[in-house]
Design a protein around this ligand. Sequence first.
Ligand SMILES: NC(=O)c1ccc[n+]([C@@H]2O[C@H](COP(=O)([O-])OP(=O)(O)OC[C@H]3O[C@@H](n4cnc5c(N)ncnc54)[C@H](O)[C@@H]3O)[C@@H](O)[C@H]2O)c1
Length: 309
Amino acid sequence: MAKRVLVTGGAGFIGSALVAKLNERGDEVHVLDDLSFGRRELADVPDARFHRMDIRDRSAVRGALCTMHPELVLHLAAVHFIPYCNAHPAEAADINIMGTINVLDACEAAGSVKEVFVASTAAVYPISDEAVGEAHEPGPMDIYGVTKLATEKVAAEFQRRTGTPVVVGRFFNAFGPNETNPHLIPEIQRQVLAGQRTLQLGNLDPKRDFIHTADMARAVLALLDAGLPGFEVFNIGRGIEYSVRDVVQAFERQLGEPLHIEVDPARVRKVERMHLLADVSKLKAATGWAPEWSIDEGVATLLREPARP
Ligand SMILES: NC(=O)c1ccc[n+]([C@@H]2O[C@H](COP(=O)([O-])OP(=O)(O)OC[C@H]3O[C@@H](n4cnc5c(N)ncnc54)[C@H](O)[C@@H]3O)[C@@H](O)[C@H]2O)c1
């Protein structure tokens, strides 16, 4: 049956992919976003269901949810580009932690919310050369990971206090259309679409678990449909890791042309983890979910997107 669903951060990269999947199944989707990083046109909802609002504005968020009465709340609004968070730690903490407290407080006040999804991140894990499972001891390496671990704890406390089921999804590295932050794949996409065949990149050897946003969105909805009671944490990754060179090779295969790489010292991160790989067995066991998008299929669609500045 169609549900009234609120997606915070629904004008962003992953949030807009979730809105698209919720629309496909006929839910009544609302989006709450301040458009600080997202774009209005990415959130495919009518104006009456778009709530331009800062999650730090506690009374506005409470008022919006108490009027809307959503059954399901998917909380993705956050600042997450790591260099931005490092440069603005107080703002990152304010949005990611206090903002989450405000959204959860509003869920409680609305009295209609049956289930909550909270977006977390692989950045809560410490460095590991092995695939990390949910039971792995957290150990964030930067302020962003610290704020997201705090977000998880706030969500767990909300669940204990209110009894409302909460699913936390630890997203690994998303890729797909409509990226809003200058991560590796959109940067390669931008350079290639601008006609460059010699790419300027930073560290080449770190490996990441890249998962397409459409697969992420399917995983989130599968978890919510599973009707899990209590508080549960799930990794949401593809379970395969790719180095920067592997990603460049995927672009080469789709372009049918060789690409050369020049290491730009300004882009080389001083502190870098070499591996970040999800163990997704818990997600698969709970939902039967399996990824559908390969890196090559995702890259092929990115090459058809218009070049962004
Ligand atoms: N992209 C990734 O690879 C990745 C990986 C791990 C976790 N995540 C998490 O997934 C979620 C979505 O990330 P994304 O990649 O779509 O990022 P994004 O920046 O595209 O989306 C975040 C959205 O939140 C909105 N927002 C930011 N601050 C806000 C505020 N104060 N009030 C209201 N709205 C605000 C932005 O405008 C944006 O639309 C975030 O919680 C992020 O931490 C993303």
